[in-house]
Design a binder for this molecule. Structure first.
Ligand code: GAR
Length: 199
């Protein structure tokens, strides 16, 4: 971590972009979000980023890569590097990333997942939590590693599962908690790396 200095953040998002919106609204000084990329042309996240005046906002279509994840991810890395990105936040990025992409960004790429990992990896984490009957649910910010939703945990926040909760009601209550956790975690990371550099 000693060589890590976070100044220019890139965000990858596939959908609605509420976590991106929370990050865009937050004061991440001394870093800023300079690049938002999406694998989905219609992702509302792209419009959010444009409206916020992010320097580079781009849809990168996976289709021309015909299922070659490594090649697609290399194009994502190239776009991030072109934008001068030094740290990557996944925010509802629903693609499995390739090992070479993880290697490109090791220790410089984090994700937010809507469960208390290591429980309920993968899709529909809140529905998995309801089906399992757990009494506590939550979200996790973690480094991205080769194995899905399994990298080193950085921060977690828990909420109670209430009687009668559905996957939807749980997701809705969890979302603002995700936003807070992601913003606070990025702020801490950015500021701790800035301090480590200047001392
Ligand atoms: C969020 O709940 C995020 O935790 C989840 O997708 C949603 C994206 O919402 N991510 C994953 O499940 C990743 N495995 P958003 O587009 O409004 O930020």
């Amino acid at each position: 971590m000693s060589s890590l200095r976070v100044k220019r953040i890139g965000v990858l998002a596939s959908g609605r972009g509420s976590n991106l919106a929370a990050l865009l609204k937050a004061d991440l000084t001394p870093a800023q979000i300079v690049c938002v990329l999406s694998d989905k042309a219609a992702a509302p996240a792209l419009e959010l980023a444009r409206q916020a005046g992010v320097e580079v906002v781009q849809h990168l279509a996976p289709k021309p890569f015909a299922g070659d994840r490594t090649a697609y991810d290399a194009s994502v890395t190239a776009a991030l590097r072109e934008a001068g990105v030094d740290f990557v936040c996944l925010a509802g990025y629903m693609r499995l990333v390739s090992p070479s992409f993880v290697a490109d960004w090791r220790g410089r790429m984090i994700n937010i997942h809507p469960s208390l990992l290591p429980s309920f990896k993968g899709l529909d984490a809140q529905a998995q939590a309801i089906a399992a009957g757990v009494k506590l649910a939550g979200c996790t910010v973690h480094y991205v590693s080769e194995e899905m939703d399994a990298g080193e945990i950085i921060a977690q926040a828990a909420i109670e599962v209430l009687p009668g909760d559905t996957a939807l009601s749980l997701s809705e209550r969890l979302l603002p908690v995700e936003h807070r956790l992601y913003v606070e975690t990025v702020q801490k990371l950015v500021r701790s790396t800035a301090t480590a550099q200047s001392s």
